[in-house]
Design a protein around this ligand. Structure first.
Ligand SMILES: Cc1ncc(COP(=O)(O)O)c(C=O)c1O
Length: 424
């Protein structure tokens, strides 16, 4: 039983007295329920889960042994706090090798307990009530949630296909810019799979200087690009005057649960981050930092991952285009962002999808294919290439079933645009 007075004690930022009473179902809960129902209705069919946002396989096989060895070292047993120079040194090498960016491990690099943790800390460094963070949408919402916790505001920058899924900075009203402190980017981008060029970063740096903004570039998928070499905002002249970049081993080294990443770039921003961080956590276990330092010296692991995602993407794009969808391969990440069709001709019927969520629910219930819908700007669904298929043979079998399930469908791609406004 609930203690009666507790409901008067919840903070407004989590809903105040109505905390826990929400009846609206969130996107991921709706997906879960549709999956459960589809499985019950079709116990003979496997669910093809292309909604998962994390790698389907583990990291380098030797990592578990390495972690054990590092955990046995008494030097690694204490609070790590903001320390871990070995890891920072390995990051400096990695940034030099991958991007040609030279960073001082003492002042320009600091570990994070994953990008999510860093995104939740940064608003504490900069946001006072009424301050604005400019954030691309659709996108990963964590930083925005924390901005709002601090009574700051989020101004959404819509990402559209016709603009290469890059924000139109010149369209931001002057009054918004005056109250803005942070410009938050994420390239390679989740969910659109778009990447950013150096030319774009040059524009961003000039814009940030002109409008006195700090740039937070979330590079959680940094090394996962398919056709072009990965880019960093720190490659651009003046980048480190205004920007920090957040990197992670979660996706590039399949280390999601290990909780290790880093922030790098402007030393003053990193000093502020370190000050807040030291009051928030006591650092990532040094043994995990040691193991992560080793992984960073194995870029071929990420190259093999890219090859696998590229191979999967090619087949997926072919199948989806074959049934009438209009799909182009992504430039990066492990996501394929697909415009939701207006309708489908299926079993003699014309079924209309009013938005991406309806389309995604239909795919789950009718075909046991799970994706994630995004209706924030235009109507799209996100297919993840991290579906469970341990061998190439498993992958071929899975794609065969996938193609068979959709072969009777003829999708009609129209302009299903969500006009309900842009929300984060
Ligand atoms: C854009 C983006 N940023 C950050 C994260 C969080 O990554 P990490 O595991 O490093 O906290 C994710 C994870 O899904 C993501 O998609």
């Amino acid at each position: 039983m609930r203690t009666s007075y507790l409901s008067n004690l919840w903070a407004n930022r989590i809903g105040g007295a109505s905390f826990g009473e929400k009846t609206t179902l969130y996107k991921f809960e709706k997906i879960k329920r549709a999956q459960q129902e589809a499985r019950q209705q079709h116990p003979d069919k496997v669910l093809i889960d292309m909604g998962v946002g994390e790698p389907d396989q583990g990291t380098l096989p030797e990592m578990a042994g390495l972690l054990g060895w590092a955990a046995a070292e008494s030097n690694n047993w204490g609070y790590a706090d903001n320390g871990g120079m070995h890891f920072r040194g390995a990051v400096a090498q990695y940034m030099k090798r991958l991007f040609g960016v030279h960073l001082d491990p003492e002042t320009e690099i600091m570990h994070s307990i994953g990008s999510k943790a860093a995104l939740s800390l940064l608003p504490l460094c900069f946001i006072n009530p009424g301050d604005i963070a400019l954030m691309t949408v659709p996108g990963y919402p964590v930083l925005g949630t924390h901005v709002r916790y601090l009574d700051g505001e989020v101004y959404a920058l819509p990402l559209r296909k016709e603009e290469g899924f890059l924000p139109d900075l010149e369209a931001i009203p002057e009054a918004i810019l005056k109250a803005s402190k942070l410009l938050v980017l994420n390239y390679p981008n989740n969910p659109t799979g778009a990447t950013a060029s150096r030319a774009f970063y040059e524009q961003v740096v000039a814009f940030a200087k002109k409008h006195k903004l700090i740039v937070v570039q979330d590079a959680a998928y940094a090394a996962l690009t398919f056709d072009e070499a990965p880019t960093s905002i720190l490659q651009v002249p003046g980048g480190r005057d205004v920007a920090v970049e957040l990197h992670s081993l979660s996706k590039s080294f399949n280390m999601t649960g290990w909780r290790i990443g880093w922030i790098c770039g402007n030393s003053e921003i990193i000093e502020a981050y370190a000050a807040v961080k030291s009051n928030m956590d006591s650092g990532q276990f040094l043994a995990i930092q040691e193991a992560a330092a080793y992984a960073l010296g194995k870029p071929e692991f990420t190259e093999n991952l890219c090859a696998k995602y590229r191979r999967r993407m090619k087949v997926l794009v072919e199948i989806l285009n074959g049934v009438g969808l209009d799909v182009e391969p992504s430039a990066g990440t492990f996501f394929l962002y697909v415009k939701a069709p207006q309708s489908v001709a299926y079993q003699g019927l014309e079924i209309v999808f009013e938005n991406a969520e309806v389309f995604s629910q239909w795919l789950i219930r009718e075909h046991l294919i799970s994706t994630v819908p995004w209706d924030d700007v235009d109507a799209y669904v996100r297919f993840s290439l991290t579906f469970d298929a341990p061998t190439e043979e498993d992958e071929r079998k899975l794609f065969k079933v996938f193609a068979q399930r959709l072969e009777e469908c003829r999708f009609n791609v129209g302009s299903v645009v969500n006009n309900s406004g842009i929300t984060l």
